[in-house]
Design a protein around this ligand. Sequence first.
Ligand SMILES: [Mn+2]
Length: 354
Amino acid sequence: MKIVSPEETLFRYQSNCNLADIATRIRSAKRVLVTTHSKPDGDAIGSVLAVLRMCRALSIEAEGWIVGPFEENLLEVVGSDAVVRVDPKAPHFPGDAFDLAVVVDTGAWSQIELLAPWIRARVDSVVNLDHHARGDAIASARVVDVTCGSCTALLVRLADELQIDLGFGANDAGRYSLAEALYVGLATDTGWFRFANARAGEFAIAARLLTAGVHKDEIYARLEQCHRLERVLLESRALSSLRTLACGTVALMSLSKEDFAATGGLPEELAGVVNLPMMAASLRASVLLVEQDGVIKVSFRSKPAVAGGDFLDVNQLAATFGGGGHVHAAGARIKGTLAHAAAEIERALAQSSL
Ligand SMILES: [Mn+2]
């Protein structure tokens, strides 16, 4: 018989304290480690940089630990910040010099992979700030707000709590401010304010960040219009692979190892590719399968419901494969070949409401 502790049975991934408590923990720290999910996206990097810049504003020593590959364009937003990049193939670990760890934009053991043992050994000195619906007890103190369009939208409230000016840290050209880091997370997680999670609150935050000096056009150009041609070629491969499922309402695309070899494109250059088919009116959702060593990485996106119509809850769909995310954007991993993963997706869709 497996003995389950009361804590395990009752665990709900929700806030167990408020931002004032988190602010107190940060203020009383001497050396802070900030980390996020591996293969970080714009919100993950923006969130790490935002916490680093808040620490700097408070004269607290802090280091950001980033694991795995990410879009090189995102380096554009790293200024003089102390960021340690960890290569999962030759990992190194943080050591004992930190008295607080802040985990942002995830709360799932499976997403912090490499640093999980280090975090697990000091859960009492870990705080977690997230906007995802699913996660684990990786921290003693946790604020989870799924109504935030990005993790940085939550961090704006932390900056307010800490009474830090959003324009803090800007250089002479107005770059690398706290506001810029917060904006990068907000803009990328909302698809540059096009997705359903860009609501009045997100626009209100954006207005504050622009007022604090964010150069939005420059940020957009640096993040979205500085890609390598190889990425565009990879996109064309993904689109050529497109077929539809669920009576023509769901796009399924796949990229094999050969596609990467032939184009020179990289897995970390795939941000946004899953959204490309959404321009077709007949499609309600899109799925991208990417072949990586022995495992298929699956990205799910869905359009919000129009005029009382139906929509596909991809968070639920991803959960059937042990993954998760948000209602309209989620991810999972399926073991085996691309063909096997495609068949599994087809089977799961047949059982869903769409
Ligand atoms: Mn996020």
